[in-house]
Design a protein around this ligand. Structure first.
Ligand code: FES
Ligand code: FES
Length: 205
């Protein structure tokens, strides 16, 4: 699985911009879906319109034996087949980040990832950050910093923050804004989101 997540243009050592991401990876994945005879699935769409193939998907440490259509996205399978509705269908075309999950610890858009591409990889959804019945550290930091309004983008923001802190445990403000730039918030809670990531970093010390 080679897809990269959208990164801002400036200061990125990998040199991958959102536009690059869409052009090189997202579009490739979308092509795979678009080129299939049936339309992309979405919530409420007919569940089965093609051949099913076996897939074992490891999500939040649990192996799930499934049968999926090759065109199904990871987002669709997580929500509709595994009942994990934390990842949200926002734009479903790689623009908003509401669908973000961790794949092998790195934030990825699940709407641009085919379920079959996730075979053999470790997937973490926002549900997997819970500590039993308690919120995880990043989730708790978002609550304490009041880092959301409507909350629709929040699961994706939390997952991206988790991915950022795994890679950079103590990021500066610029690094936080850079690392979170693949997640949009239509409520404009960005300043509080930055504070929440800083708070989570402090908690983790
Ligand atoms: S729903 Fe995947 S990026 Fe918007
Ligand atoms: S809190 Fe509403 S979209 Fe971010």
């Amino acid at each position: 699985m080679e897809e990269r997540r959208a990164e801002p243009h400036d200061g990125n050592t990998d040199g991958v911009s959102r536009r690059d991401f869409l052009r090189t990876i997202g579009v490739g994945t979308l092509e795979a879906a678009v080129l299939s005879a049936a339309p992309l699935p979405s919530e409420g769409a007919p569940a089965h319109t093609g051949d099913l193939v076996p897939l074992v998907l490891t999500v939040n440490g649990r192996r799930n034996a499934l049968e999926v259509e090759p065109r199904w996205t990871l987002l669709y399978v997580l929500r509709e087949k595994l009942g994990l509705t934390g990842a949200k269908p926002g734009c479903e075309r790689g623009e908003c980040g509401a669908c973000t999950v961790l794949i092998d610890g790195k934030p990825r858009y699940s709407c641009l990832t085919l379920a079959l591409e996730a075979d053999g990889h470790e997937i973490t959804t926002v549900e997997g950050l819970m500590q039993g019945e308690k919120l995880g550290q990043v989730q708790e930091a978002f609550v304490q910093e009041d880092a959301f309004q409507c909350g629709f983008c929040t699961p994706g923001q939390v997952i991206s923050a988790e991915g950022l802190l795994r890679k950079t445990p103590h990021p500066g403000v610029a690094e936080i804004r850079h690392g979170m730039s693949g997640n949009l918030c239509r409520c404009g809670a960005y300043d509080h989101i930055v504070k929440a990531v800083q708070h989570a970093s402090e908690i983790r010390k």
